[in-house]
Design a protein around this ligand. Structure first.
Ligand SMILES: Cc1cc2nc3c(=O)[nH]c(=O)nc-3n(C[C@H](O)[C@H](O)[C@H](O)COP(=O)(O)O)c2cc1C
Length: 198
């Protein structure tokens, strides 16, 4: 059983939804998980006694959320010592075209350059287009971008592109890797462990 911190940045809530899904899956694999939203004040030593970290943020105007970047910069030394994964949420990841892929890679490269930290693994994740949550000007801007990039333009509804199976499989492989690094304690003599570890 490993202690895992899931640390995220979000603006419209899709990354928050994705990290809750990841946390549920890690808990179902019997890891101890703490979710930390970088918009809120964080505990004094958020990475003390942590065996692994899931970082997640979404791309807005070519950048990830500043508080997540600040967190990574501040805790870089600790992050370098433990297994880490990074979920990079965006609309470009939903497009699957070479220019869209390049845009995601460029944003990730800027994240690495700005934080001087390279996560152990990185998964670009398709986000959402929640038109109903946007204010007038954001809706107009996103509608314009969607029109020129061939995206969805019906502003009377919300769209979700997240590939939940891909997110689950990524989280599951992290769970397995951490289990190998932090195995369950040895079974007690009365065989109780067998009843737990089904
Ligand atoms: C104002 C705004 C700017 C955005 N900029 C980008 C961008 O530069 N590249 C991209 O791929 N997606 C962009 N997106 C799409 C978001 O990454 C996507 O909606 C994601 O799901 C948002 O995640 P969140 O709800 O966790 O903030 C933008 C969305 C908004 C509303």
């Amino acid at each position: 059983m490993a202690r895992i911190a899931v640390i995220f940045g979000t603006t419209d809530g899709q990354t928050a939804k994705i990290v809750r899904h990841v946390a549920d899956l890690l808990r179902s694999e019997r890891h101890l998980v703490q979710i930390l939203d970088t918009r809120a004040p964080l505990p004094q030593s958020p990475l003390g006694n942590v065996d692994g970290v899931v970082l997640a943020a979404s791309i807005r105007m070519g950048k990830f959320q500043r508080p997540l970047l600040a967190f990574v910069r501040e805790h870089r030394e600790a992050l370098l010592r433990i297994p880490t994964v990074f979920l990079a949420v965006s609309l470009s990841a939903a497009r699957q075209t070479p220019p869209a892929r390049r845009e995601v890679q460029k944003t990730i490269a800027r994240f690495v350059a700005e934080t001087k930290f390279t996560p152990g693994e990185i998964l670009p994740v398709a986000g959402a287009l929640p038109y109903s949550r946007y204010g007038f000007f954001t809706k107009l801007a996103i509608l314009f971008i969607s029109k020129i990039s061939g995206g969805d333009t019906d502003t009377s509804r919300d769209y979700e592109y997240t590939d939940w199976a891909a997110v689950s499989s990524f989280a599951r492989s992290f769970a397995v890797r951490l289990r190998e690094a932090s195995p369950l304690p040895p079974a007690p003599a009365d065989g109780h462990r067998a009843a737990v570890a089904t």
